[in-house]
Ligand binder design. Structure first.
Ligand code: CAA
Length: 379
């Protein structure tokens, strides 16, 4: 295990305290009511965890990626819906605004997230373009001092609750990925509509919505970076996002593993706790090893990112391995719980439902394999 410094331990303990005191007690309620986890959001916002890695110059906490991973694990252990809200805000909204945005964008929109208590969202996927975002059809046409946006987006985490949207659109549709640009669009802009919440298997407390743009005019200053730079902004942003999702998966998997261990020690069969049976012991041993391997891959990616080295391959490996390990571990935990695990009386059914999305969003497992194979075979 990597050695944590005193600052890391403090962040981890603070996140653990918030998770235990505020997030965990409300997680089942928010999940079953499919309600935005307002109290969890407020606690994380007040602790500065929603703009953890933003430089203090722009109102953030200026923390490293290791701190972010540690906090994400604790938060997601308690509530995966809260985890993804935090991950999208840090990795997918604040990061591109700070890394590629002009001073105007940083002082206006990044500060809304880091200081103003507003949430951000990342709008890349479209109804016909998920794994292949370069095939997106949303357009942005410059008209005087404004861009006019038309098109629609889908599967947008924080949809509706976010105020600041990082939106990708084609400024030159003939050029495929080279014609894509990134923009900031604020909630409330005329022509920008937020659709109804999706009904989902898991992370039910996290609102996911479509978005539509109908002659939506935004100032030309809302362009992030330069025209044509959008695809690279999206890809490099997702590299960091995948570390966040790996950490979310670690939290869900650890919660499922802890639940399996504690249930197996109290549930008795054939005259003894079921934790005494070798069949179960080996299931738990395998899951513990799986989660540990996932953690090491995730920290490896975070360390590279903090050292400002390339981490595309390592982030893809961490996300792929951690998400699939979380799915396996949640399945194992539910199996150990038997009928009890299938009921809503135990949180393990929520972990089982929540784990699956980590292998789908921010690039499916299949896309991570595409990224890894290109890195190891073609580069
Ligand atoms: N960083 C910087 N640039 C990158 C990059 C990276 N990680 N990956 C690729 N690029 C650049 C390439 O260098 C190339 O540049 P040039 O044009 O200058 O040569 C350009 O981008 C195109 O690269 P590719 O040819 O590799 O692009 P591709 O179309 O074949 O796509 C892909 C590659 C890996 C499949 C990519 O499309 C991908 O990651 N797809 C998955 C998308 C995804 O993760 N969507 C998630 C939606 S967001 C979400 O889920 C958020 C949420 O709400 C939780």
């Amino acid at each position: 295990m990597i050695e944590l410094n005193e600052d890391h331990k403090l962040i981890q303990q603070t996140a653990r305290d918030i998770a235990e005191d505020v997030i965990a007690p409300n997680a089942a309620y928010y999940d079953s009511h499919e309600e935005f986890p307002q109290k969890s959001f407020e606690a994380l916002r007040d602790a500065g965890f929603l703009a953890m890695m933003v430089s203090p110059e722009y109102g953030g906490a200026g923390l490293d990626t290791i701190s972010y991973v540690l906090a994400m694990i604790e938060v997601s252990k308690a509530c995966a819906s809260t985890g993804v809200m935090m991950s999208v805000n840090n990795s997918l909204a604040a990061f591109p605004l700070e890394t590629y945005g002009s001073e105007y964008i940083k002082n206006t929109f990044l500060r809304k997230i880091s200081e103003g208590g507003k949430l951000g969202a990342f709008a890349l996927s479209e109804p016909d373009a998920g794994s292949d975002p370069a095939g997106g059809r949303t357009t942005a046409v410059l008209d005087g001092d404004e861009y006019i946006l038309n098109g629609s987006k889908m599967w947008i985490t924080n949809g509706g609750v976010a105020d600041v949207y990082v939106v990708f659109a084609k400024t030159n549709p003939d050029l495929k990925h080279k014609g894509m640009s990134a923009f900031v669009v604020e909630k409330g802009t005329p022509g920008f509509e937020i659709g109804p919440k999706e009904k989902k298997l898991g992370i039910r407390a996290s609102p996911t919505t479509p978005l539509s743009f109908d002659d939506c005019r935004i100032p030309k200053e809302n362009l992030i970076g330069t025209e044509g730079e959008g695809f690279k902004i999206a890809m490099s942003t997702l590299d960091g996002g995948r570390i966040g999702i790996a950490a979310q998966a670690l939290g869900i998997g650890q919660a499922a593993l802890d639940a399996a261990i504690s249930y197996s020690k109290t549930r008795r069969a054939f005259g003894q706790p079921i934790s005494k049976f070798q069949g179960l012991r080996w299931m738990i041993a395998d899951a513990a090893m799986d989660m540990e391997a996932a953690k090491l891959l995730t920290f490896q990616a975070a360390i590279l990112k903090d050292k400002k080295l390339r981490f595309t391959k390592e982030a893809a490996m961490a996300k792929l391995y951690a998400s699939e390990a979380a799915v396996r571990t949640a399945d194992m935990s539910l199996q150990i719980h038997g009928g009890a695990g299938y009921s809503r009386d135990f949180p393990v059914e929520r972990y089982y439902r929540d784990a699956k999305i980590t292998a789908i969003y921010e690039g499916t497992s299949e896309i991570q394999r595409v990224v890894i194979s290109r890195e190891v075979i073609d580069k």
